[in-house]
Every structure is written in C-alpha cells, then in structure tokens.
Design a binder for this molecule. Sequence first.
Ligand SMILES: Nc1ncnc2c1ncn2[C@@H]1O[C@H](COP(=O)(O)OP(=O)(O)OP(=O)(O)O)[C@@H](O)[C@H]1O
Length: 240
Amino acid sequence: MNKVIEVKNLYKLYKVGDSVVRALNGVDFEINEGEFCAIVGTSGSGKSTLLNMLAGLEKPTRGEVIINNEHMEHLNEDGLVRFRRENIGFIFQSFNLIGTMNALENVALPLSFRGEAKSSRLKKANRMLDLVSLKKHKKHLPNQMSGGQQQRVGVARALVVDPKIIFADEPTGNLDSHTSEEVMELMQKVVREQKKTLVMVTHDNHLATYADRIFHIIDGKIVKIEDNHEKREEKEHETI
Ligand SMILES: Nc1ncnc2c1ncn2[C@@H]1O[C@H](COP(=O)(O)OP(=O)(O)OP(=O)(O)O)[C@@H](O)[C@H]1O
C-alpha cells in the first residue's frame, strides 16, 4: 500500500504568557492511499492543530509532515499554496460557500484559481454536482439550500480539482443528526468510488465509525489507533 501521509515526532507548542501549551505532544502515524481516517478527541485535544499541520497551514515546532513524498515543513508560503491547490481539497464545518454565487459557480471556483477555461470549469462542476445528487439545485444560492445541501456543495467543491487528499474539519458540525448521517454516507461513498484519501477531525465518536481507522487524540497525543474495518462492514450489512 502507498503511504500518502506520514507524520513523524510532531510537536506544536504555543506560548501563552509565561506558560507553554503543548497542543501536539509527539505524534506519529501513517495514512495509506484511499484510506478514510477519523481523528477523534474532545475540545482542546489538538485536532484542529493537527489538521492545520497536515495541511501546511501552520509550521510545526518540531517534527516532520510528509505528504505525497513532499516535506511540508520545508516548503515556503508560495510552495505551500501551490501544494495545497494541486493536492488537497478542504471541507469545512461552516461550508465556506460564497453567498453571491450559485452552487455551480461555487463548485467551479477552485478551478479558476488553476486557470482552467470556463467551459471546462462548468463541465467539471456540473459533473460533481450530479455526483452529490444536487442536479436540481445547480442554480440555487447557498441561502436557498438546506444545510445538508450546502455541505454537499462543499463536498463537490473539494472534489472538483481531483485532489489526492481531502481534509474535513467537523464537516457535519452544523447539521442535525439525520443530515449528518447522510453527509457522512455521501463522503464515504465518494471517497471510495473516487479512490481519495480522507482525513476527518471530529469530537463525535459515532461519526468516526464511518472511517476505516479511528485515531484517538488526548492532550496532543494519539493514544489509540483503532482498526474499524470489521465494525464498519457489519454496520453496512445491517443497513442493506
Ligand atoms: N494559536 C494558539 N495559541 C495558543 N494556544 C492555542 C492556539 N491554538 C490552539 N491552542 C491550544 O492548543 C490546544 C489544542 O487546540 P485545538 O484547537 O487543536 O483543539 P481541538 O481539539 O481542535 O478543539 P475544538 O474541538 O474545540 O476545536 C488547546 O489547549 C488550545 O487552547
């Protein structure tokens, strides 16, 4: 199996006044291509810090983050922007859609940053919205869609650039429990069909059970990595 993410001896320390907060306190793991991994922990355990390090949004105090054979800690700002644009899709808790753009335009937007021609942008965005079952909502503005539909747009936008890796930060944090399940099933399905690697952070143990592996984080340390394949397959059989 191909490793796509490798984290070695990762530390992130923040100075607050006279004290030091160890947001990440020695983290090591590997994630293979095509895996869906959930990082689960309570508030303040270090989930967002870890995701920010993986995405190269913040520099580690110590340690290595290797994504697609590229050392994130060695890239400068321009290099990181380029790397993220070419390799990573993001799904956010607050959807982060542009309010004045309809679903189709929102999904097409990341492609314009890559300089793609309009016809090709619209074709790809259309295809992605079909994939997330939003055929009838392409012309809708975000405020004309439900939370679940908006997050489907968010998923389509993350996928449109065909990234190898997708990072999702509490992707269902603003949704009710039924809609959350639907969005999780959608993410699980597209990740599998499109052979993407998905890393999701959440405080919700139940949502984590959609993942292949569950990483439990406490006080900046991964205390357990749970193989969830069997449980997940049982769950899938129950729902058939
Ligand atoms: N910029 C910062 N400056 C100082 N301390 C920080 C900073 N960012 C995070 N921390 C601290 O690092 C620890 C981990 O924070 P982090 O945001 O990663 O937790 P989290 O698990 O994502 O929490 P939540 O679920 O509430 O978002 C916390 O103690 C937090 O207070």
